[in-house]
Design a protein around this ligand. Structure first.
Ligand SMILES: [Zn+2]
Length: 1016
């Protein structure tokens, strides 16, 4: 070990050496202008530029400045490497034309590697002023403190700018020394290797002489390099780990900045990498999100053309499989499939790459449905690092780096958890990452993404210089630059003995199932609207010659997918991002509804006094519909509108001239009672339920007050919008204000009670309704939510004994503990769901259904649905204002498989729709097994006019069943989820026999009938 004296000397020499790398030649004079617009360099050049000397303040929130300057290389610098430091902000530079380069953030702008005397460089720069302070880890916030204060009107200041010579010999020596210092720090002092490295470092300080002429100083640097060269030539022995390295710039599609700013970040990151690959032909850079490639294509065509060339050379790697790195807790199963369909299609069409890697470094947990979806989409490899971020607090660490990941249906993919997505490659950091590895045995190779990230950037020269030195350097894991897929192919050959079964639950960021509720609701409604548009669009295309707007809907889907990015849909972005997401959802829903209506109109004819009711779900259902005045049948007036009951066939419609008729006992409603033929529900004065009696068995279903609102203080120690800390349960803010309870309607069809009350600072209005014949109680809720750092749950303690709760996820469900017996049970104190969570005994059960709520916890026998949060950062007004949602209580007396819970949740989410006119009665798709769900019906992605039907088994029960198709078709086949690689399916008169594994998702392709003329 070096003694203190040598250590001090080494530190002093290193520090001075670093200063000597750059020798300024002169100042840079900037002129510029400030704008909020997104300009091309050509547009910017036409604006007027004013002098902006050092000290000039500029740039309000979101603003950009365009700067220009010109540099002439003096004679004395001929032959040298010339760089400039024109601005300190994040920026992109265009040098002598429109070619883009990265600069700013202390990154030098390379002008030439070998200058000519008198050579001129015209430089144009777009620099970002910034978005002001956006803290994420705020902790407690006093009432008078703004977490997101407005930044001043001028956030940025022009700094003194220079250009000069980059002394390459000095730089190379500096990297050499850094390598040896890193090695010395991480190898045992007892090794001969360490002793020799120490000797070399001592000699370095004796050889390099800063107190000399430039020429002699440079000569001493070269001499020092020669002295230490043998130390850098020592090779590893027979056993050494191998790091498969590739550059990466984890670029959040939106987060603390809006989408529009990410577009510029993408340009900057790629400009930076394209310059690096010129100098380092061995460089490999993974750029993973097609949505970001599209930005470059549209906004930076010159840059995109260079990206294409770098892809062809293998230097930029288009892989990652999804359209964006999506959240996987909240999107529906079909959304996850579309992420892969659109992502993979882009990579194939643009680069002829079959993307086989699901690159997902930063999402907050990974659904147990993913292995099947990945395999169905031809994606066999999975990589993340986030799952190691679980260990905050009382986590139960994920055990592996390499493993086979098995999903809920038994599908498997090969997975690797790397250590982080912003790795440095310096010697000590490289060695540490190997030491940090989770798994001690059965691991020789490692996935190693490197470079700056989160807001993009990626690697710089240092990263690649270290990797050059670590190719095979005694004491350091071998680093080789390779595409990640090469790592996985080699791992596949070597095999892994580890198997991890089930979801990859993230023991952290549990608030992201709930934060920014409007964004989540918008996503659910967009998914449902798209579902209906595709179903009716496909049926109308086949039966009525409707021309489905495939290209437009393709764009609408991509908007939906974009907003499922892992900081948008989880609710962890700034206010502007969420406002833009909500606006995007409104447009998506509008476009999808337009298609549904156009298709439905196409299939109906004018018929006086007739109305057609459409059911987009795959089973026959009886629904309440609003009727035009004067319709006969058993009807009920509510708020001046007329309602009747209609039975509508599966994936079809019925035309009615009257509502159904029946002699039904009226649903009884009193301020403390809702009662039909199935349930007797008693309320207290707070609008809580004190009893739900199942009339068929006489059993009491409640085990305590149900529909009880629980408001907690919710002050996470850090990561405000992300986290619910476990101690929230100890800070119940009780609210026992009495409610106003009104009878809204009672009659033959349904009863409705309206409960209005204050909770905290917020106002709640709930219409609680019970239909005749139903075991489902709906709570249609509107809230004016005005809280800070609060968490609102609604509790349903039920009379059901179960050690596991059952939570719907995409294409199935998972079971999670209702107790906290062990660490991994306790850490799941808040979990995610899709449309329902149930507690079930073998022959009976209860569930809470929802139309847009994704967070829940079940403790003992109480299902506690998470309704709202009020985080203060990074959006200090998150979730304030009007909130709408509906949840339902549902009970059954059968096995879960026969409970109908999936159907009830489907009906809650997808009401029937009506239009005036007649179309007879029709069912286009039916299935004869209640546990098999027709999930999606759509036209084929390839524009052939074929129809795709996606189905899944929902109850973990292998099932043989028959799909009956009313549409004409020539041939049926089973395909993968990309609608390719078909296997013929036998069919007879539209009936197709299908056989499902538990939780299997099947895609059936119906070849277009060519002989039969369609009505046009
Ligand atoms: Zn991220």
């Amino acid at each position: 070990m070096l003694n203190l004296e040598w250590n001090n000397r080494l530190e002093a020499w290193r520090a001075e050496l670093k200063k000597q790398i750059y020798r300024p030649l002169g100042p840079i004079d900037l002129s510029g202008f400030v704008t909020l617009e997104q300009l091309t360099p050509q547009q910017a050049m036409r604006r007027s530029f004013k002098p902006m000397p050092p000290g000039t303040a500029w740039g309000a929130k979101w603003e950009y400045a365009w700067f220009r300057t010109q540099i002439t290389v003096p004679k004395s610098a001929a032959g040298q490497r010339i760089i400039a430091y024109p601005v300190v902000q994040e920026s992109v530079a265009f040098v002598n034309g429109t070619k883009a380069y990265m600069t700013g953030d202390n990154q030098p702008l390379l002008l030439t590697r070998r200058a000519k005397a008198g050579e001129k460089f015209k430089i144009l720069i777009e620099a970002y002023a910034g978005h002001g302070p956006l803290p994420c880890r705020v902790g407690p916030v006093p009432l008078n403190r703004l977490t997101v204060p407005e930044p001043p009107p001028t956030q940025a200041v022009v700094a003194p700018a220079t250009f000069g010579i980059w002394q390459e010999d000095v730089y190379q020596l500096w990297i050499d020394i850094q390598t040896l210092v890193g090695l010395m720090a991480k190898t045992p002092a007892t090794l001969l290797r360490t002793a020799q490295v120490e000797e070399g470092l001592k000699d370095f300080t004796l050889i390099v002489d800063f107190e000399q002429s430039d020429e002699k100083f440079l000569a001493s640097c070269r001499a020092a390099r020669k002295r230490i060269a043998p130390l850098l030539a020592c090779k590893n022995g027979s056993t050494t780990p191998v790091m498969y390295c590739f550059g990466h710039a984890h670029l959040d599609t939106a987060w603390l900045w809006p989408l529009q700013h990410s577009e510029r970040k993408a340009a900057r990151s790629l400009a930076n990498q394209l310059q690096l690959v010129e100098e380092y032909p061995e460089h490999r850079f993974l750029f993973s999100q097609p949505a970001q490639y599209v930005w470059l294509m549209e906004k930076y065509p010159e840059l995109y053309a260079r990206v294409r060339k770098a892809v062809a050379r293998g230097q930029v790697i288009p892989d990652g499989a999804m359209w964006v790195e999506s959240d996987t807790n909240i999107p529906s199963g079909e959304s996850l499939i579309r992420q892969f369909i659109h992502g993979k299609r882009f990579f194939k069409e643009q680069f002829d790459v079959d993307s086989r890697l699901f690159w997902e470094p930063d999402a907050f947990g990974y659904s147990g449905a993913l292995p099947q979806i990945m395999q169905g989409c031809g994606v066999s490899y999975f990589s993340t690092q986030k799952i190691f971020g679980s260990d905050v607090g009382n986590g139960d660490p994920h055990p592996y780096n390499n493993y086979t990941w098995e999903g809920i249906d038994g599908s498997t993919v090969l997975a690797f958890n790397h250590m982080d997505y912003t790795s440095p490659t310096s010697t000590d950091e490289t060695i540490i990452r190997w030491h940090w590895r989770r798994q001690r045995d059965d691991i020789q190779t490692f996935l190693f993404p490197f470079g700056w990230g989160d807001g993009g950037g990626g690697p710089e020269r240092d990263h690649l210089e270290f990797i050059r030195r670590h190719k095979d350097l005694e004491g350091v894991p071998q680093m080789k630059l390779a595409a990640p897929v090469e790592f996985f192919r080699d791992l596949e050959r070597a095999g892994t003995p580890n198997r991890y079964v089930g979801e990859l639950y993230f023991q952290n960021h549990r608030g992201t199932y709930t934060s920014q509720a409007r964004t989540k609701r918008g996503n659910r409604q967009s998914e449902l609207a798209l579902h209906d548009a595709e179903l009716w669009g496909a049926i109308a295309a086949v039966t009525a010659g409707y021309s489905y707007p495939l290209a437009r809907m393709d764009a609408v889907w991509k908007q939906t997918l974009l907003n499922q990015f892992h900081d948008i849909i989880p609710g962890s972005s700034i206010q502007r991002v969420h406002e833009e997401a909500e606006a995007a959802h409104r447009k998506i829903i509008h476009s999808a509804n337009e298609v549904s209506h156009a298709a439905q109109r196409r299939m109906t004819k004018a018929a006086k006094g007739s109305m057609t009711v459409f059911n987009s779900l795959g089973w026959e259902r009886t629904s309440l519909v609003e009727l035009p005045a004067g319709f006969p049948g058993t009807i009920q007036e509510i708020d001046g509108k007329t309602y009747g009951e209609v039975t509508v066939p599966a994936c079809g419609w019925t035309t009615i001239r009257s509502a159904a008729v029946g002699q039904w006992a009226p649903v009884t409603v009193r301020p403390n009672l809702l009662e039909n033929d199935r349930l007797r529900v008693v309320f207290n004065k707070a609008g809580e339920i004190t009893s739900i009696r199942d009339k068929s068995t006489g059993r009491e279903l409640t085990a305590g007050p149900c529909n009880r609102f629980l408001m907690y203080k919710d002050v996470p120690g850090e990561w405000d919008a992300w986290n619910i800390d476990s101690m929230y349960e100890q800070q119940l803010v009780n609210s026992t204000a009495p409610a106003r309870i009104e009878v809204i309607t009672s009659g033959p069809l349904l009863g409705v009670l309206r409960v209005s009350r204050v909770i905290g600072q917020s106002q709640l209005t709930q219409d609680i309704s019970l239909r005749r014949g139903s075991c489902r109680l709906d709570f249609a809720t509107v809230m004016d939510w005005q809280e800070r750092h609060k968490l609102l749950k609604v509790a349903f303690p039920v009379n059901v004994h179960a050690n596991e709760a059952i939570h719907e996820i995409q294409f199935g469900h998972v079971r999670r503990p209702t107790h906290r017996s062990r660490q991994y049970d306790a850490t799941r104190f808040e979990v995610n769901q899709q449309k329902w969570t149930a507690l079930a005994e073998e022959g009976r059960g209860c569930a809470l259904l929802n139309d847009c709520k994704y967070g829940v916890n079940v403790l003992g026998n109480s299902i506690n649905l998470t309704l709202l949060r009020a985080p203060l950062a990074p959006d200090m007004l998150a979730d304030r204002g009007q909130q709408k949602f509906t949840y339902s209580f549902f009970a059954w007396n059968s096995s879960l498989a026969d409970s109908g819970v999936v159907r009830e949740a489907g009906e809650l989410n997808s009401p029937v729709t009506t239009i005036a006119g007649g179309a007879g009665q029709q069912s286009w798709f039916q299935i004869n097994a209640p546990n098999v769900i027709i999930d999606t019906v759509k036209l084929a992605e390839d524009g052939s006019g074929d129809v795709i039907v996606r189905l899944y088994e929902s109850m973990r029960t292998a099932t043989r069943c028959v799909l009956t198709v009313g549409l004409p078709f020539a041939k049926a086949s089973q395909t993968n989820m990309l609608e390719q690689q078909s296997a013929r399916l036998a069919h007879k008169k539209g009936a197709i026999q299908l056989e499902f594994r538990p939780f299997e998702v099947k895609t059936v392709r119906l070849r277009k009938e060519l002989r039969k003329d369609v009505r046009r």
